[in-house]
Design a protein around this ligand. Structure first.
Ligand code: PMP
Length: 359
């Protein structure tokens, strides 16, 4: 057998595993923080028409200018700020890492945090430093400040709310981090629609702050659209690394149309928030389950024998996320995305049955 790939490919890539997405065919899918609701039929019909008329033999608008204008208006992005679009916010994380990956440069995050920060840092040749959160998943500010002092990170990514814990970090603590770091801080607001707080106003205050958003959790995961919001002086640099035509024509057209009905997405987000409260309350009544607070569209909980429970749920056709063994703070933790009322009821009923069943 040839070991040519191993001799040619960078060792840190050889050591990585490809991002694994578990099969979910026919299952109740509560593992990936998707919005469980479809768009209303009338809007889907309009989308079909857009697709029919789209000139897909041509490349899309490389600047996506009309889409950016609508996004700025709809999301109340300050006029002074620029927007860069990505094929999901994952691509934006990659662009930021590529742009800052000087030899030995550090990308800092928190642990447990969003896995892609570490993975992308690694394949872009950066050193990833994950600063442990406190046991209640709050920011350990002293540890963060000490790590900043020691590692002088080029970039710090903070998800607000955090994935997989679901909580919002303390605003004051984040501000202290922005003030203390020599590089940039990217506040990743992927779950913004389900929280009542944002750093968008702070963009004016801090020249080293950038903000990331995505439409994936709001009901448009299949279209892949993420965005970076910040000062032009940063975005003109990052734009150099954005591949031409990274946002397809159908994504541009459909998002433009759906944003004209943004209230529909917001209503769906409001239903998800209401269902989140019901789901948390139900989980809390299951004796041995510890439920963590959530400002996102998912709920983290801890229970005995989490891995066995996860497998049992899977056997019953329900897919959630097993986090047991991924980090010491996540021992026996599972994460469930808020689904439709029916899906949540199915999940709770099945979980209750599994917990009542003796080994
Ligand atoms: N940031 C966070 C915190 C996330 O949890 C996710 C998705 N799991 C993303 C970014 C990536 O989202 P997108 O679909 O826009 O690539």
């Amino acid at each position: 057998m040839s070991n040519l790939p191993e001799s040619i490919i960078r060792p840190e890539i050889v050591a990585l595993s490809a991002y694994h997405v578990p099969p979910a065919e026919g299952m109740i899918k509560l593992d990936a923080m998707e919005n469980p609701y479809a768009l209303p039929l009338i809007l889907r019909e309009e989308i079909s028409q857009l697709a029919e008329d789209a000139r897909i033999n041509r490349y899309p608008d490389p600047s996506a200018a009309p889409l950016k204008t609508i996004l700025k208006e709809t999301l109340s992005i300050p006029a002074e700020m620029s927007v860069m679009l990505g094929n999901g916010s994952d691509e934006i994380i990659q662009i930021i890492a590529l742009a800052t990956a000087k030899p030995g440069a550090v990308l800092m995050g928190v642990d447990p945090g969003f896995a892609m920060f570490r993975i992308i840092a690694t394949f872009c040749g950066m050193n990833y430093v994950g600063v442990p959160l406190s046991a209640d998943f709050s920011l350990d500010l002293e540890a963060m400040l000490a790590a900043i002092d020691q590692h002088q990170p080029a970039v710090i990514f903070l998800a607000y709310p955090n994935n997989p814990s679901g909580n919002l970090f303390d605003t004051e603590a984040i501000c202290r981090i922005i003030e203390a770091t020599p590089g940039i801080v990217v506040v990743d607001e992927a779950y913004h629609a389900f929280a009542d707080a944002s750093f968008i106003e702070k963009l004016m205050e801090y020249p080293n702050l950038l903000l990331m958003r995505t439409l994936s959790k709001l009901g448009l995961a299949g279209l892949r659209l993420g965005m970076l919001v910040g000062r032009a002086e940063w975005l003109t640099q990052f734009e150099k690394l954005r591949l031409p035509y990274n946002v397809g024509i159908l994504t541009q057209l459909i998002v433009e149309r759906v944003l004209q009905h943004y209230d529909i997405l917001l209503e769906q987000a409001a239903s998800i928030k209401a269902e989140r409260a019901i789901l948390r309350a139900r989980l809390a009544t299951m004796g041995e389950v510890e439920v963590f607070p959530s400002d996102a569209n998912f709920v983290l909980f801890r229970l005995n024998e989490a891995s066995r429970v996860f497998q049992e749920l899977q056997r019953h056709g329900i897919l959630i996320k097993n986090l047991d063994g991924t980090h010491p703070l996540l021992t026996n933790c599972l994460r469930v995305t808020v689904g439709t009322p029916d899906e949540n009821t199915q999940f709770c009923k099945t979980l209750r049955r599994i917990l009542e069943k003796p080994l």
